[in-house]
Design a protein around this ligand. Structure first.
Ligand code: FES
Ligand code: FES
Length: 193
């Protein structure tokens, strides 16, 4: 004799079936996510501020986050995290870049220079000293990026005039509006280089 199928047993049976169907892909997704995590790491050998640095990072980690979170170099600032402000500027193999816009895993073997690596012991880099001499900052949040960009700008030879410095430093935003003094600092350091 066919067992009685009342509303309660029908609904319970339906949940059991649909629950199993729904859980299938979710569990598969979890498994594949774990696999993705474990296979998405990269071991990097870098040179940061003249020192070797071995670091294992998630391949989705930006260079900025690796410097700040993995190496503790918090002098490099995160402003917009989308390439618009220049606060995160560092030198990679001598070229200034926005470290928020590039993945750490793309720079295995690179020579990276951050604001922490500019001074020679107690002796400030000429551009750091020029920023102090010309009062080229207020809150200071943009300053490490401005200085790293200025070092790149001077090395590139884009310091022939204040207008040229403004043009080649235009990727670095200062919300305090210290631009006049920043240009003066770069110009002053360029003359000493
Ligand atoms: Fe990288 Fe703004 S934090 S450009
Ligand atoms: Fe404040 Fe530049 S000194 S943002």
């Amino acid at each position: 004799m066919r067992p009685e199928l009342n509303r309660r047993t029908f609904v319970g049976a339906s949940f059991a079936v649909t629950g199993a169907v729904a859980a299938g892909p979710l569990l598969t997704g979890c498994e594949s996510h774990e696999n993705t995590d474990s296979s998405n790491t990269a071991r990097l050998r870098l040179h940061v501020n003249g020192q070797p640095a071995d670091v294992t990072v998630d391949t989705r980690t930006s260079l900025l986050d690796m410097l700040r979170e993995d190496l503790g170099l918090t002098g490099t600032k995160k402003g917009c995290d989308q390439g618009a402000c220049g606060a995160c500027t560092v030198l990679v193999d001598g070229t200034r870049i926005n470290s928020c816009l590039t993945l750490a895993a793309m720079h295995d073997g690179a020579e990276i220079r951050t604001i922490e690596g500019l001074a020679d012991g107690d002796r400030l880099h000429p551009l750091q000293q020029a920023f102090i001499d010309t009062d080229a900052f207020q809150c200071g949040y943009c300053t490490s990026g401005q200085i790293m960009s200025g070092v790149g700008c001077i090395a590139e030879g884009h310091t022939g005039s204040d207008a040229e410095i403004r043009e080649w430093m235009s990727g670095n935003i200062c919300r305090c509006g210290a631009y006049t003094n920043i240009v003066a600092a770069v110009s002053k350091a360029a003359k000493r280089a």
